[in-house]
Design a protein around this ligand. Structure first.
Ligand code: TYD
Length: 208
């Protein structure tokens, strides 16, 4: 029997190019192979707000930091209500690629007060169980993205240096900071170890 009647929310965070999406997919695949019911979700999401964010992000300076914050909050609220809560109610493990720590880091790096961002988010979110912060130097992160289409709004080295500092400042027992410079198999094993230990405690997976 499960020790509680909700699923588990696992968040991956990090600057652009930190590899969180790759790690989220590797983790999903592994958990599914262990027959854990796991789903992958992403923010910005597929909602109309998420689409507006992506469209506006392609045009430099089209949004003020406050407008960005507002859009990310609207997108998140919808994602929490429509996707995250229903999955958790079904006892699923949700692997979430970015959450409100991204808003604190990215919109915070544009000058919005961090505690204000936290407060506005904590009014609408479900608290996560584990938060992995993939840490990489801004230049190295950007170098990894060189071949990908870049959006003008978000991907600048000096900006990402500030974003990274905010990510690095998060402390607490459910934050796990990971050196994302290492190779992806090593990082995967490190994440998996923590996740399996956590899920075993909750009887989501059999002890190895
Ligand atoms: P994302 O889709 O994760 O980009 P990628 O897959 O290339 O890493 O996120 C797009 C951008 O949105 C990214 O640069 C970070 C930014 N962002 C914020 O500024 N605030 C937020 O709250 C979130 C969720 C993302």
């Amino acid at each position: 029997m499960k020790k509680r009647n909700r699923g588990v929310l696992i968040v991956l965070e990090g600057i652009d190019g930190s590899g969180k999406t790759t790690q989220a997919r590797m983790l999903l695949d592994k958990l599914q192979k262990k027959e854990v019911e796991a789903v992958y979700l992403q923010e910005p999401s597929e909602s109309k707000w998420g689409q507006e964010i992506k469209k506006k992000a392609a045009v430099k300076n089209s949004l003020s930091p406050e407008e960005e914050l507002d859009l990310f909050l609207k997108d998140r609220k919808e994602n929490v209500e429509k996707n995250i809560k229903p999955a958790l109610k079904k006892n699923q493990v949700v692997i979430l690629d970015r959450y409100y720590f991204s808003t604190m880091a990215y919109q915070g790096a544009k000058g919005i007060d961090l505690q204000l961002i936290r407060k506005k988010n904590e009014e609408i979110i479900v608290p996560p169980d584990l938060i992995f912060v993939l840490d990489i130097n801004a230049q190295n992160g950007l170098r990894r993205l060189q071949n990908r289409k870049k959006d003008l709004l978000f991907e600048r080295t000096d900006y990402l240096v500030k974003v990274r500092k905010i990510f690095q400042s998060f402390q607490g027992e459910n934050f796990i900071h990971i050196d994302a410079q290492k190779d992806k198999e090593n990082i995967h094993r490190e994440i998996l170890r923590v996740v399996v230990r956590y899920l075993t405690r909750l009887d989501f997976v059999e002890p190895e």
